[in-house]
Design a protein. Structure first.
Length: 238
């Protein structure tokens, strides 16, 4: 999932994933690779903002409700820091991550209350993705690779089991100990899938992750709307 590109303030943002409370995301796509029927052996998908819609504003609203403050106050304090990244690669547990949030956000709420807000960010499936995956899996193997953490995995694996069931395997950063956009993460996933990187078409909403994937040799599609997935599949003849 990951919020690697999230900018939690009301100022300029980079490929942000949640629009409410001043969280915005860009709509300017990177140049897309040339695709044609037969040019891919595998499709690899990010989850957040590609398969599952994300609204971080829901976490801020939930936490603010418990803390007795305004969601906008928390939005300006939320940062992607070392604790966040360590949580995504399994270096710290949930309690340590929530302790870090308690400090950075300046609120005194329980771990259970943090967990409630943390899991509230999932806002349904991205438009049309279920039909795309159902059709695509009849033509090519489908995999997913997400920067994410144990609480989110437990939550979305149950809540969205139908759409996630289209994937042969899902690689989670907190399980493999590696996260996008690091080269080692892509190399791990490519080796596990077992086909050349150049034969994998990868879909992600983060420009940073797309650059990392392309540097690792994958044909990477920058997803700024559901149309980007639609167009790539059409180009592949799917």
């Amino acid at each position: 999932m990951g919020f690697a590109s999230l900018h939690p303030s009301y100022g300029p943002a980079n490929e942000d994933i949640a629009a409410p409370l001043g969280f915005s995301y860009t709509t300017v796509a990177m140049t897309q690779p040339s695709l044609s029927p037969g040019s891919a052996d595998v499709l690899l998908f990010d989850l957040g903002r590609v398969v599952l819609d994300i609204d971080l504003g829901k976490a801020m609203t939930t936490w603010a409700g418990h803390a007795g403050c305004e969601p906008a106050e928390l939005a300006t304090r939320f940062v992607i820091d070392e604790s966040y990244r360590h949580h995504e690669v399994g270096k710290i547990d949930d309690a340590a991550f929530f302790a870090s949030l308690r400090h950075s956000l300046g609120i005194s709420i329980s771990d259970a209350q943090f967990l409630e807000g943390w899991n509230a960010i999932f806002a349904g499936e991205m438009p049309g993705i279920a039909a795309h995956l159902m059709r695509a899996k009849t033509r090519l193997p489908l995999y997913a690779f997400s920067n994410t953490n144990p609480p989110h995995i437990e939550h979305f694996s149950a809540a969205y089991s139908d759409v996630l069931g289209h994937f042969r395997e899902i690689f989670f950063s907190s399980t493999i100990g590696l996260r996008k956009p690091d080269a080692e993460a892509y190399h791990y996933v490519v080796k596990a899938i077992g086909v050349p990187a150049s034969r994998i078409v990868f879909f992600d909403d983060s420009a940073e992750n797309i650059r990392g994937a392309r540097a690792a040799g994958l044909a990477a599609i920058h997803v700024t709307s559901s149309d980007d997935v639609t167009n790539a599949l059409l180009a592949l003849g799917i």
